[in-house]
Design a protein around this ligand. Structure first.
Ligand code: C2E
Ligand code: CA
Ligand code: CA
Ligand code: CA
Length: 278
């Protein structure tokens, strides 16, 4: 009797052609979205917890299709990456953030740094420090104008991450570790890597004021970060009670709908104009 199943034979099925076609169509749709202005950048304020003053902004990309359909970044960024568009997407992101920095400076908000998200694929494929340096120079921005948010998955390959993070540190680009606690968390990279701040993931912030376990996790992240000389940012803060819990427990900065939604640059400039000067 046969003990092994026969080797599967590769048959070319119509479904495969469709898949390949689908990928092609998706790739050209994504390419078009990047090239033809369907992507826009929104900016969400991050405030200093004790004072409530805006201390930086996070850039979040938006894709609005010509028929008006909004596609969330969590959906279309992985599609861009599958379609081989990591570099054009990264270039578009850096460029639109640099332009926003110029407009912010023109409106008297040149001191507000803008943090941009770099996916693990972007981080692994390119020299992020060199890319940031290139736009900082091209737009004559201050070295601190742009910041970078990475996730834990970018740091798994430490041999690659160490020189990349050192290069960012050396040129004055602040690095935050995003979604902290949700990925493959390793204490060794916290010990060894030059990271400036930790962002507590929204999933821990949700129950911080009601659930003792969520509260314990947030408290531990805050102590850990401070012990290692890093600042702590809480994301996804939606209520006054979450805000005050975090502030009372030493969280340095707050981001979330309770403070402000992500908004396009003109709305952000209007919003900044209504706030009293720092
Ligand atoms: P993230 O970096 O963790 O960004 C925070 C997400 O939480 C954003 O979703 C933001 O709009 C949302 N958010 C902010 N405050 C609140 C709140 O109080 N409550 C809730 N429920 N949500 C809040 P968004 O804009 O849909 O982005 C999703 C993810 O897509 C981001 O997660 C980031 O990983 C990625 N992403 C966004 N823009 C870019 C980009 O330009 N490049 C790259 N590589 N990734 C990006
Ligand atoms: Ca982020
Ligand atoms: Ca985040
Ligand atoms: Ca998150």
């Amino acid at each position: 009797a046969r003990t092994h199943a026969p080797e599967p034979i590769q048959v070319f099925e119509p479904a495969m052609a469709e898949r390949a076609m689908g990928r092609l169509t998706m790739a050209s749709r994504m390419r078009q979205a990047i090239d033809s202005g369907e992507l826009t950048m929104h900016f969400q304020p991050i405030v200093d917890a004790p004072t409530g003053e805006i201390c930086k902004l996070e850039a979040l990309v938006r894709w609005c299709q010509p028929d008006g359909t909004q596609v969330p970044p969590a959906v279309f960024i992985p599609l861009c990456e599958k379609a081989g568009l990591v570099l054009p997407l990264g270039r578009w992101t850096l460029d639109s953030v640099a332009k926003a920095c110029l407009e912010l400076a023109g409106a008297g908000h040149g001191e507000l740094p803008v943090a941009l998200n770099v996916s693990a694929v972007q981080f692994q494929r390119g020299d992020v420090a060199a890319q940031v340096r290139a736009v900082v120079n091209a737009y004559h921005l201050s070295a601190h104008a742009l910041q970078v948010e990475l996730t834990e998955s970018s740091l798994m390959d430490q041999e690659r991450a160490v020189p990349a993070l050192r290069a960012l540190r050396a040129q004055g680009t602040h690095v935050s570790l995003d979604d902290f606690g949700t990925g493959f968390s390793s204490m060794s990279y916290l010990r060894d890597l030059p990271i400036d701040s930790l962002k507590i993931d929204r999933s821990f912030v949700v129950g911080v004021d009601t659930d003792e376990r969520a509260a314990s996790i947030c408290r531990s992240i805050i102590v850990l970060a401070h012990t290692l000389g890093m600042t702590v940012v809480a994301e996804g803060v939606e209520s006054e009670s979450q805000y005050s819990w975090l502030s009372r427990n030493g969280c340095d900065q707050i981001q979330g709908y309770h403070v402000a939604q992500p908004m396009p640059l003109p709305s952000l400039l209007a919003y900044l104009a209504t706030r009293p000067p720092a």
